[in-house]
Design a protein around this ligand. Sequence first.
Ligand code: FAD
Length: 366
Amino acid sequence: MAFNSADINAFKDIWVFCEQRNGELMNTDFELISEGRKLADERGSQLVGILLGHNVEGLAKELGGYGADKVIVCDDPELEVYTTDAYTKVICDAAMDLKPEVILLGASNIGRDLGPRCAARLNTGLTADCTHLDIDMDKYVNFLETSSTLDLSNTKFDMEDVNLKMTRPAFGGHLMATIICPRFRPCMSTVRPGVMKKAPFSQERADACVVEKYPVALAKDDIKTQVLDVVKEAKQIVDLIGADVIVSVGRGIGKDIQKGIELAGQLADAFGGGVVGGSRVTIDSGWLSADHQVGQTGKTVHPKVYVALGISGAIQHKAGMQDSELIIAVNKDETAPIFEIADYGITGDLFKVVPLMIDAIKAARE
Ligand code: FAD
């Protein structure tokens, strides 16, 4: 089914696909709902969460607490475990019927799989891995201001001119591209986890949130894959996005990799419950596993404290950590670009500086 530009005025509401796993909502859901709230307020439209699963209705009100006006719940035993076919069909059926103007998804493994499938089926565009979203209302505001009649009911404004502006890094992070989807609806975007800030939870909003069940029409034939077993990775994955303190290491630990990682871990512990991150070099060199990577192609983080040890501060690294509340950098090169964004910069050899930092923090705590 193809929507053409003549249909555009029929599309309304901002939807956020809310991902749940084992009956638990993801942090990205709250981030996207919070961001969606701002866009919906600007656009003057409703913010709707779309939640798929089995026996998940009880999760819906929590999404309201972060800003959703309404949550559409699609409940079916076939939706308990994610499959591309089932989720694509259910979302596209609902979208073709209810015509949202925007659909946002988290750029998680599921969102990255589901978003393009839905976009292709809805014959619309999708901008992947966005780091910033905005609504372009300039032409609409101008239209209202310059309109010669106070009765706007007979005057048709072309909604093609109101667009979601979707910004993402391009050309290896050297520039930011802002992309619009002017002739098709819905505008679709996946958004990187950790980029958007979660709004404070409001019980009042949660209570006011409307929860609506949407009928699911799934036949066995619609799903071409069968999930036989879900095998969880045995090793523990580091939770960079949820961490308050991150101590990251870079190529600067190269002369004694093991010692460098150990020191970073000790410093993270001294701060209390911190975790170890790394620049891409440390992942590409096999010093740390991929879940530790901070940056444009790794995680976007904004902890309370970010410590960069032996990291130069390349643009792709900064893209993932520059919004941290407090940045401390240790580098032996006083001209390293990381110092440009550091709140505290220490010029020196990290192998000498970090033990002193650990001692100082411990002494201050005693
Ligand atoms: P370097 O740039 O080599 O810096 C090492 C620093 O350590 C230097 O400043 C040096 O002075 C200092 N140093 C050396 N020894 C010591 C010591 N004993 N004590 C103190 N300081 C010392 N990078 C990322 O981090 N994350 C990403 O997500 C990412 N995505 C990318 C995506 C693309 C498309 C591309 C092209 C690149 C990407 N990169 C990413 C790579 C990025 O461009 C840099 O190459 C990388 O961040 C550099 O890592 P680094 O700072 O550890 O190493």
